[in-house]
Design a binder for this molecule. Structure first.
Ligand SMILES: [Zn+2]
Length: 159
């Protein structure tokens, strides 16, 4: 597999369309409500536009009315990386693809959304490619469920 983190800026510019390049490689944000996947409810897996890694699933997508595709959890805990972002005079958590380190969007939490995590992965539509395919909840035993199961079992053994 190609080492996506070794790809030069010049090559990224050639690989991606101008708008994709500015968002993915330079952290730009696409305008709200214009993205292809903003209101998409199609079942499938959202891949990184830059490297094809699987990042999010339709089963964790929810309508946050914010103008960008929103997910309450990534597909797996290690599919994205989160970085402190102090740009624009505020502290936000930037979300990047763990495979190619391209910028995807930001994650916000504690906003009161009625989701299992109360997190909102606010992702640029242009950074994603939707692969339409059936996704079941069976696959969803990612980090969080596993962690709660582990807590469950340690509680049982402690009592
Ligand atoms: Zn990527």
């Amino acid at each position: 597999m190609a080492k996506f983190t070794m790809i030069s800026d010049t090559e990224w510019r050639e690989r991606l369309k101008e708008n994709e390049y500015l968002v993915l490689r330079h952290g730009a944000t696409e305008a709200p409500h214009v993205g292809e996947y903003t209101n998409t409810t199609t079942e499938g897996v959202y891949r990184c536009k830059a490297c094809g890694a699987e990042l999010f699933r339709s089963t964790e997508k929810f309508d946050a009315h914010c103008g960008w595709p929103s997910f309450f959890s990534p597909l797996a805990g290690d599919s994205v990386i989160e970085i402190d972002d102090y740009s624009l005079g505020m502290h936000r958590i930037e979300v990047r693809c763990a495979t190619c380190e391209s910028h995807l969007g930001h994650v916000f939490e504690g906003e009161g959304f009625d989701t299992p995590t109360d997190q909102r992965y606010c992702i640029n539509s242009i950074a994603l490619d939707l692969e339409e395919r059936p996704v079941s909840d069976e696959e969803s035993d990612g980090g969080q469920e596993q962690a709660s199961q582990e807590r469950e079992s340690s509680r049982v053994s402690a009592s």
